[in-house]
Design a protein around this ligand. Sequence first.
Ligand SMILES: [Zn+2]
Length: 175
Amino acid sequence: MMLDEILENNKKFVEEFEGEKLSHHPQKKLAILTCMDCRLTGFLEPALGIGRGDAKIIKNAGNNIVDEDAIRSIAAAIFNLGAEEVMVIGHTDCGMAGSDAKKLEKTMLERGIPQEEIDKYDLKSWIGGFKDEKENVLDNVDKIKNHPLIPNDVPIHGLMIDIVSGELEIVSDDR
Ligand SMILES: [Zn+2]
């Protein structure tokens, strides 16, 4: 199991790490909603020039706000933690682009999820797939901007990062 390897790695890490105390307030007063894609790990932050303690980073499947949870985190970053700027950052080659609800249903059934449970959900909207990564960034910038509990004086930018080169593209500039 990976758990054994992780625990072993952690033991080594703690032995070597000096330990440091940082504020839970993001030093760059920034909140980012981005994708859980494993290729963004250790890649997005250096590509943006942000380090430990600099920003609140909210990750989910496809940087797509399906229920209120990502909004809750963005609101907490703004109201409790002093974030003054928000960025939605999508990426090229996102695994959530073109995700297929029919295929998902089939896989769920194969894994033993009862049909009656699946039927309680509108799988297509529940899984939050989308056609185009850039359009998805714009949609989610709008969702944040139009949310009644998000203040109007917080700029909400939309960006795309190239998963190969790390180059950023502004999709929606809220300066
Ligand atoms: Zn993704």
